[in-house]
Write a protein that binds this ligand. Sequence first.
Ligand code: SF4
Length: 385
Amino acid sequence: MDYLAASFADVLAEWPVARVQAALAAADPGRVRRVLADGARTEADLAALLAPGAAPQLESLARRAASLTRQRFGHTVQFYAPLYVSNHCVNGCLYCGFNCRNRTARRRLTVAEAVREAEHLVGRGFRHLLLVAGEDPKGVPVDYFAELARALGHLVASLSIEIQPLGVAEYASLVQAGVDSLTIYQETYDPVAYARFHPSGPKRDFRWRLETPERGAQAGVAFLGIGALLGLADWRVDAFYVGLHARYLQRTCWRQHVSVSFPRMRRAAGALEPPCPVGDAELVQILCALRLFLPDAGMVLSTRESAALRDHLLPLGITRLSAGSRTAPGGYAEETEAENQFEVQDHRSLAEVMAAAQARGFDSVCKDWDPAYRTTTSDRSTAGR
Ligand code: SF4
């Protein structure tokens, strides 16, 4: 991979879908045994781990993934909660219940309502919150998120955002207001499939979205989260790109911590069924392949997955879990009629998920760094830029 490329878009241009498919088709199962012994270093190693030929070695991959995770992260798992602040959206993503064609009740929380939601979550024990919103740059502008960050900062140790892609100056204003983490999913890295599933709205701009983590890093965001929506397109191809993208960010945005997620498409009102469903064993293969290729990356698992599966996946590589999630604005502190973005599968409370993790020998952590550390990191990240 060319780490001197101007952006990951240039790396992607060197790896069109046909080349990735060819690498997967040519993958030698014997390479998996070598990777298990010597580590995953090259793109061919990653392709071998994701190829069908690796499936019979899944147990060995799982053991190696678990042992690498213990070496790098110990037995700690960190918890966070998504806080949905708005379901207004100007995009027409075919797979999402918030898409602009869907006739559903729309709501943007006031700052006071968002604070009430946050207080509710803090009361349950959460200290890391992820602000989630549909994309409506005019109706839900960056100043709104800055105001939220300033209002919530004293309540929590870490504030993340999963909102529309922004420019460097806008991210810098959010860092200034107290945001430390940015999550952005490319959904699919296949440009043809991307165009098909994003028929309208600013999200059609594939490259602007692709380069979002780099702009966030430039602005001093300390933690970058990426991923693909599994089920939209060929999962082996998209998982390959997630691995490439994460490793590129680790090498080029070396002050930032990079994490990956592997959300599977879930049913949602007014949205299409997954065109390329991903089975449980395939999800395990993705998780193990990415852990072997990215030993230092955080790995996030949301309540899209069932309780039983989350408990089984936890030891294999997961470093961060959500719990007790509601995926509609106002979903925690009040009964809401608003449509959920997707159907949650794990309905356990934070206490129940923590107890399950502890029963498997994990230390459950709701706050794993101080805001003082965050300030220092952000200062370092912006220095010299
Ligand atoms: S995925 Fe995001 S951008 Fe697309 S419709 Fe849903 S909320 Fe809007």
